[in-house]
Design a protein around this ligand. Structure first.
Ligand SMILES: Nc1ncnc2c1ncn2[C@@H]1O[C@H](COP(=O)(O)OP(=O)(O)O)[C@@H](O)[C@H]1O
Ligand SMILES: [Mg+2]
Length: 376
């Protein structure tokens, strides 16, 4: 039956009562209608979704499900990781499960390619590592693609943005500032980016470029582009640099780069400096002070000198929004501006927020200039 359904699924036939019924009939078995429904649900989970993990992914608010071993499954619904009561059998079964998920994502996962990064058909991001690299059979990380995410007003209401900063952030988007969103892993960069994109006027065309699709902003005109890995023969890879170049030719009103993580930063800076204003990008950096070194390191991958990076960044980036995660809360911790600093550049904090008390102005001149230019 599995074989028949897999064959049908390959033809893009939906796994529904009819197809399961047909496969059953062909196997010579008969089931009542409620049993057929249960079987359909099980078959769909097994063949089309994340199998035994699908119920966890479907729980309200769940953003991540991670598997460290067959009896070591965790989920995150916003309050950190919680252990989930799921039994995935033996290490060998877990490995087979990871391989099946990878196949669903159109990726190879085996001894020769034991790490895979891809996307399940419903948009869920899959990262999997199998034996021998992961001795427990497999280590799997799933990140749910949430269609709506958090709207900007929700971010403000939830304490993600200081109340006094709301107007400036709205003004930055409306005034087409070039924004760099920085922060450590899981600090809410992508979430803030999506929320800001939802504030972009509906008549603007947004082209998003990402390594793996995560962004699903609530905006009527978004063209999502995502990189592709090489196929089994090592051909057909499309990287971020190529996608940024492609995006520029697609008549975008806004270029958005999900996360700058390599030499594509050169194309991004060039774009922002050549009339493509209103661009947004995120960058991994654990502190505001770390932003320049990080940008320099990435740009060096594309052969840019420190001097050239500084000149480009000073001209291209209007504002840096830095995020922090503390005691389970994620918030914009600093609003910075880019200034020249010798041969390099620095990000100067105009204002800072600890997430609780009133935000503190760090550089009165910079803060006033920001307000005068961008405040809504
Ligand atoms: N302000 C916020 N309030 C509550 N949850 C948030 C907030 N910002 C982000 N999150 C959640 O935190 C997780 C990580 O956010 P994400 O934007 O993916 O971080 P990053 O892009 O920095 O790695 C997501 O599950 C997201 O839904
Ligand atoms: Mg992100």
């Amino acid at each position: 039956m599995r074989g028949r359904l897999v064959g049908a699924a390959a033809d893009d036939a939906p796994v529904d009562d009819a197809s399961v019924g047909a496969a059953l009939a062909a196997s010579g078995r008969v089931l009542g209608s409620s049993a057929l429904r249960d079987l359909t649900r099980a078959a769909r989970a097994e063949l089309a979704g994340a199998g035994p993990l699908q119920p966890l992914l479907d729980l309200p608010g769940v953003t991540d499900v991670v598997v460290n071993g067959p009896h070591d499954v965790w989920l995150d619904r916003g309050e950190g990781l919680e252990r989930a009561d799921v039994d995935l059998g033996t290490p060998a079964a877990l490995r087979a499960f990871a391989v099946r998920l990878a196949a669903l994502a159109g990726q190879r996962l085996d001894d020769a390619a034991p790490v895979c990064d891809g996307r399940l058909p419903d948009g869920t991001r899959l990262h999997a590592v199998v034996e021998p690299v992961a001795p427990t059979g497999a280590a799997i990380s799933l990140r749910v693609l949430r269609q709506s995410g958090l709207a900007f007003p929700d971010l403000v209401a939830g304490g993600g943005v200081a109340p006094g900063w709301e107007g400036l952030l709205r003004g930055l988007v409306a005034g087409r500032a070039n924004l760099l969103i920085s922060g450590g892993t899981g600090t809410g960069k992508t979430t803030l980016l999506a929320a800001l994109l939802a504030l972009v006027p509906a008549d603007e065309r947004i082209v998003t470029v990402e390594e793996a699709r995560e962004l699903a902003p609530a905006h009527p005109h978004v063209v999502p582009l995502a990189t592709r890995r090489a196929n089994v023969e090592g051909a057909g890879a499309v990287g971020l640099t190529e996608l940024v170049r492609a995006a520029l030719r697609m008549r975008p009103d806004r270029i958005v780069v999900g996360e700058c993580r390599g030499g594509e930063v050169r194309e991004v800076l060039l774009a922002l400096n050549t009339g493509h204003d209103g661009g947004l990008a995120t960058l991994h950096a654990n502190a505001v002070e770390a932003v320049p070194a990080r940008l320099e390191a990435l740009a060096a991958l594309a052969g840019m000198t420190r001097d050239a990076v500084a000149a480009q960044v000073v001209a291209a980036v209007d504002v840096v929004l830095h995020l922090r995660r503390e005691r389970g809360r994620r918030f914009v911790a600093a609003i910075g501006v880019v200034v020249r600093d010798g041969h390099g550049f620095a990000v100067r904090e105009a204002a800072r927020w600890d997430g609780c008390s009133a935000p503190a102005v760090q550089d009165a001149q910079a803060w006033e200039r920001l307000g005068a230019r961008w405040a809504a």
